[in-house]
Design a protein around this ligand. Structure first.
Ligand code: SF4
Length: 162
């Protein structure tokens, strides 16, 4: 039974910046959880950030690949640079996925770590732009496919089809 890395906040863990969770009600995810195949992981906490913590966005609405390449930073609204913790969390997520033998991850959309289709645009005005978070970018660069919580059926297809 293949294991799947999952954003811990989707499984009810209160690890988000605001101290809350974003529990998914998806039935397939619940079934996988009951089978014990999910590996819950929060890159930001693993990278050393506290709960709660200030929100953070990638400057200029750049994607996670730019952060990994050192051409964009991740900042809080006060301008504190938290890039290093986000990159460390991404590395630890990759380690966790490899240790579990996971080929697939299901990560929370919109997060500067976990987003796979969109991230916030760096202005803290609540606007998103197409792009990936840092953990998503690192996982995908290493052959681990990332799906969001709205497309778990696609993750299941990918697991079936190999
Ligand atoms: Fe959830 Fe990912 Fe944010 Fe952690 S970093 S709270 S797992 S979206």
């Amino acid at each position: 039974m293949e294991r799947v890395l999952v954003s811990a906040c989707l499984l009810g863990r209160k690890v988000r910046y605001d101290g809350g969770a974003k529990t998914s009600e998806d039935e397939l995810l619940a079934a996988w959880n009951a089978e014990g195949r999910l590996v819950p992981f929060c890159p930001e906490v693993a990278g050393g950030l506290p709960i709660p913590r200030p929100p953070a966005e990638i400057e200029g609405g750049a994607g996670g690949a730019a952060v990994l390449a050192g051409t964009a930073r991740i900042l809080t609204p006060d301008g504190d640079d938290v890039t290093e913790a986000f990159v460390e969390g991404a590395r630890r997520a990759l380690d966790a996925a490899r240790a579990a033998g996971a080929r697939v991850a299901i990560l929370k959309e919109g997060s500067p770590s976990c987003g796979s289709l969109r991230v916030y645009d760096g202005t803290f005005a609540g606007r998103t732009t197409p792009g990936q978070g840092v953990t998503t970018a690192l996982l995908e660069q290493n052959g681990i496919r990332v799906f969001n919580e709205d497309d778990i059926a696609a993750a299941a297809r990918h697991l079936r089809e190999g």
